[in-house]
Design a protein around this ligand. Structure first.
Ligand code: NAD
Length: 505
């Protein structure tokens, strides 16, 4: 029998993973995890609190500074990361089934996403022993000075519900490669795949305390984790509201934070674009994953000469998309991941109508969905940049369409937003593509493509979309700090020299 989960009467009861062992929450309480395709509870997840957090961070601290992980050479850490990648690769199908059940993302999409995740472990495995310090030629003949990159110690990794394992991988792989240990707090709406991944990693025998998971709610687990004295570095992916709260608390405690927050990404379609390609890119950007993606291209800006024709093409392409069980290969539209999000979408769509935006597709829950939280792909036209539907991140399958005159107008509309996660440009003019890439205020700009990610390429937000970067070489720097080491080569000089020109203030 597995120790991480007990299956009884059609319901799975999970345990949390702390210091290499599975156990119940200290409180003994659990909360339900609900299958969004049916609205039925399928699992119980431990409802942790500050006591579990304290145990997890103590274990992580001990592992970071005293255990075998602390003494391990970077090359050996790289080997562990490769083993993690191999273990994940061998378990893609099982893990994908759990995540699909937990957050309702289409199984085929989750499978494809998970099949790529081992590459992130391999990439950061390779980087583990590439961070070289320097010998600094300081102006003191009798002193040798060098620098060395070191881990912070314990990293708190806090993740949202939309892509739990992918977003977790983007934190855990670089944090471990840098030599830290990690306490993970997954979303209360989708914790199962994270616990299942720990079960996968447990089999390779990582030293105790290197990876720990505490499950539960933001105020009961997230708050104490952020404030915990053993946590030196916080890496958060989620909403702007929670990100700001974490940043404020972390600032008071002088903790360093990486924030991957929301987006309201604009896709710009110019008159010279390949319109068929652009339609596919717009659909991929907002309706695949139900818009529950941080880079969802939720604002569509079309050059006014081609606006009406483009909208017609777009509407034709989403007509008849098949909604259904996310496990079925033929399903194109799965459920919304959780009930609060589903209810919020209905409120937002009503409010968009009240503001004067015209709904030309969807705008309602889908009929005949047997208790699941399905919402029709929704398109609003006659949207102006000031409307709430064009301003708020809805994190759902709702597209706001606006018109622009020329490049300046497009850039102005796209950039007049406090978020700057991603942007898309559709044009066949290479000079325009380069001009737009330069002018758009977003951490990622896609041209004639959308939604790509790769372990080698940094991603993150401009403006209020976040601080710091994930993926690419920059990501590992987020988890390293620089130490300067001074070594005297001759006897100590007179502590009271007549000139203090070179002493430290
Ligand atoms: P959320 O902010 O509500 O929750 C994210 C995580 O924070 C959850 O684990 C939650 O329990 C935890 N949390 C809540 N309160 C906390 C607190 N006080 N202290 C510490 N942790 C706390 O976000 P969500 O609804 O789960 O996810 C959707 C959001 O995530 C969207 O805004 C989306 O754009 C964003 N997102 C961003 C990226 C990116 O890479 N930039 C990727 C995916 C999702």
């Amino acid at each position: 029998m597995s120790t991480h989960r007990v299956d009884q009467g059609g319901v799975s009861t999970y345990r949390v993973f702390i210091n290499g062992r599975w156990r119940d929450a200290e409180s003994g309480n659990t909360f339900d995890s609900v299958d969004p395709s049916s609205g039925a509870a399928w699992a119980r997840v431990p409802r942790c609190d500050g006591r579990d957090v304290a145990e997890a961070t103590r274990a992580a601290y001990d592992a970071a500074f005293n255990g075998p992980w602390a003494r391990m050479r970077a090359t050996e850490r790289g080997r562990w990361l490769r083993r993690m990648g191999d273990a994940l690769a061998a378990d893609v199908e099982r893990l994908a089934q759990f995540e699909c059940r937990d957050n309702g993302k289409r199984l085929s999409e989750v499978r494809a996403q998970f099949a790529d995740l081992p590459e992130y472990f391999y990439y950061f495995a390779g980087l583990a022993d590439k961070f070289e310090g320097s010998v600094i030629p300081i102006d003191k003949a009798d002193t040798f000075n060098y620098t060395v990159w070191e881990p912070y110690g314990v990293v708190a990794a806090i993740t949202p519900w939309n892509s739990p394992l992918a977003l977790l991988t983007w934190k855990v792989a670089p944090a471990l490669a840098a030599g830290n240990t990690v306490v993970i707090k997954p979303s209360e709406h989708a914790s199962a795949s994270t616990l299942e991944l720990m079960h996968t990693f447990e089999k390779i025998g990582l030293p105790d305390g290197v990876l720990n998971v505490v499950t539960g709610f933001g105020d009961e687990v997230g708050d104490p984790l952020v404030a915990d004295e053993h946590v030196a570095r916080i890496s958060f992916t989620g909403s702007g509201a929670v990100g700001k709260r974490i940043a404020t608390r972390a600032a008071a405690l002088l903790k360093r934070v990486t924030l991957e927050l929301g987006g309201k990404s604009a896709q710009l379609v110019f008159a010279d674009a390949d319109m068929e390609q652009a339609v596919r890119g717009i659909v991929a950007g907002i309706f695949v994953s139900n818009g529950q993606s941080c880079v969802a291209g939720s604002r569509l800006l079309v050059q006014e000469t081609h606006h009406d024709a483009f909208v017609q093409k777009l509407l034709a392409s989403i007509k008849g998309l098949r909604a259904g069980d996310p496990r079925e290969a033929s399903t194109q539209i799965g459920p919304i991941a959780n009930e609060p999000q589903f209810e919020r979408l209905q409120r937002e769509v009503d409010s968009a109508r009240a503001e004067g935006a015209r709904c030309v597709a969807g705008g309602t829950p889908l009929k005949g969905s047997d208790g699941g939280w399905y919402f029709a792909p929704t398109v609003f036209v006659d949207v102006t940049p000031e409307m709430g539907v064009a301003r708020r991140e809805l994190f759902g399958p709702v597209l706001s369409v606006m018109r622009f005159r020329d490049e300046d107008d497009a850039v102005s509309i796209a950039n007049t937003h406090e978020l700057g996660l991603a942007a898309g440009v559709w044009t066949r003019d290479v000079s325009r593509a380069l001009r737009m890439a330069r002018r758009l205020q977003a951490g990622t700009v896609y041209v004639n493509t959308y939604r790509g990610v790769a372990p080698q390429s940094p991603c993150g937000g401009y403006k209020d979309s976040g601080w710091g970067r994930e993926n690419g070489i920059e990501a590992i720097r987020e988890f390293l700090q620089l130490k300067s080491v001074w070594i005297g080569l001759s006897d100590m000089a007179d502590p009271f020299p007549r000139s203090a020109a070179h002493s430290r203030t």
